[in-house]
Ligand binder design. Structure first.
Ligand SMILES: [Zn+2]
Length: 439
């Protein structure tokens, strides 16, 4: 591998760890990454990138599952109190916390895209002596929010990569785009960036995740396969409350409509063409013992091995929701709170990356392909680039973890930070000096 990149990445280690711990300490859930994205904007500007953010890189109509105005305002205020730059935050109004940095070498060559997600989970972090972030003083300061999926590591690796690429820019060709995405959790954010066109010109697209299916630093999967397509739906049934003893016939029972729907959603047929899933995750209804329930709320999700299979389940689900509402003469409102497509890594790019990864010191085990692990809205980036004749892949960086993803005791081995920078730096160097794929 390029000796300069290895040395630069190794030299960054302490700062990468400090940055990751800072991000870990101030986690921000989807669409509220004001401090995180603000810090990303600043660092990228300081490094000399052209930086685009806010409404420039987020299409408002395509944002899904955005928190209400009160929650946005509360998190925005919190970000300012925790040191966010007010001018930058002002340009992210409404939760438009996406950032794209461009390095244009001015020399002909391919356009590379790298995607890093920035959001935290809705989890209260463990405050126990055996949990390292607590023991070493970087446990979450934000109640109800925790980096329990490693997106703090992803953002850190992205900024480390930005630094390395700028340092070797005279040896690069074409253009490099670093995409920092909000709201990956709940698969809500990618579509809004893709629809803003941020990867329309990308020839080679790379996304990463730490710790999925590989539990040792040094293990790398170069082509994530089998993303499940998914749709997240927020459903509200609105009926008419009434006195349950005095005048029950005047009520329109939203609880019964929701209960009818819940049972029948789980009765949607399996499909001969592949795996499908449905889950009614929450059902909250009613207001009191002696009142005909006037309101019920459900959070549900559908999944499929392909986008078509997921569409099958989603369409059936819509019909059942409408039918259940009609049976009980209540209104039903269905909001799409998130979505992701199915997807497969481009084989050629995954193989090329596997060859590159094998030359990187510290990489001990390389798989060309492996399971991507559930659903990821990175699939939107992948699909857009592939549709337009480019190649895209998803890289899994192994790491030891203290507990499973989304667990309140989750933690990573920070050695993955410099290793990730090294690997992506080398990938950028090699790919930028190849031709764009033939279309
Ligand atoms: Zn994740």
């Amino acid at each position: 591998m390029h000796p300069g990149i290895a040395e630069l990445a190794a030299g960054l280690k302490e700062r990468l760890v400090a940055l990751r711990r800072d991000l870990h300490r101030y986690p921000e859930p989807g669409w509220t990454e004001f401090r995180t994205a603000g810090l990303v904007v600043k660092k990228l500007q300081e490094l000399g990138y052209e930086v685009y953010y806010g409404g420039e890189v987020i299409k408002e109509e395509a944002m899904m599952g955005v928190p209400g105005p009160e929650e946005l305002a509360r998190r925005q205020q919190q970000a300012l109190e925790q040191g966010a730059d007010p001018e930058i935050v002002a340009r992210m109004e409404g939760g438009k916390t996406g950032v794209v940095a461009v390095l244009d070498t001015g020399r002909p060559g391919p356009t590379l895209g790298f995607r890093f997600d920035m959001d935290a989970n809705d989890v209260d972090e463990a405050r126990e002596a055996t949990h390292r972030p607590f023991a070493e003083g970087f446990v979450s300061e934000n109640p109800g929010a925790m980096h329990a999926c490693g997106h703090d590591a992803h953002t850190t690796i992205g900024l480390g990569l930005a630094e390395v690429l700028m340092a070797i820019k005279d040896e690069l060709k074409g253009r490099i785009k670093l995409v920092f995405q909000p709201a990956e959790e709940g698969v809500r954010g990618a579509r809004a960036m893709v629809e803003a066109g941020v990867v329309d010109d990308v020839d080679y697209m790379l996304g990463i995740h730490v710790g999925i299916s590989r539990r040792k630093v040094g293990q790398v999967v170069c082509g994530g396969r089998g993303f499940l397509a998914t749709t997240k739906l927020d459903v509200t049934f609105t009926g008419v409350p009434a006195h349950a003893g005095g005048e029950p016939e005047a009520g329109h029972n939203a609880l019964l409509a929701a209960a009818t729907a819940a049972l029948n959603l789980h009765a949607i047929s399996r499909h001969s063409q592949g795996a499908t899933r449905i889950n009614v995750g929450t059902l909250v209804a009613g207001s009191g013992r002696n009142v005909i329930p006037g309101r019920a709320e459900m959070k549900i999700e559908t999944r499929g091995a392909t986008t078509e299979l997921n569409d099958f389940v989603r369409e059936r689900a819509h019909r059942i929701l409408q039918g259940a509402a009609m049976m009980h003469a209540v209104e039903v409102d269905v909001k799409q709170a998130g979505a992701a497509l199915s997807g497969e890594a481009s084989a050629q790019l995954a193989q090329k990356l596997a060859a590159i990864a094998k030359t990187v010191p510290g990489v001990t085990e390389v798989a060309e392909f492996g399971p991507a692990g559930g659903s990821e809205d990175y699939s939107y980036f992948m699909a857009r680039v592939q549709e337009r004749g480019g190649q895209a892949t998803y890289i899994i960086l192994g790491t030891e973890i203290a507990a499973g993803h989304h667990n309140s005791r989750f933690d990573i081995n920070e050695e993955v930070l410099p290793l990730g920078v090294k690997l992506l730096g080398e990938a950028a160097y090699q790919l930028s000096n190849t031709l764009p794929p033939t279309r």
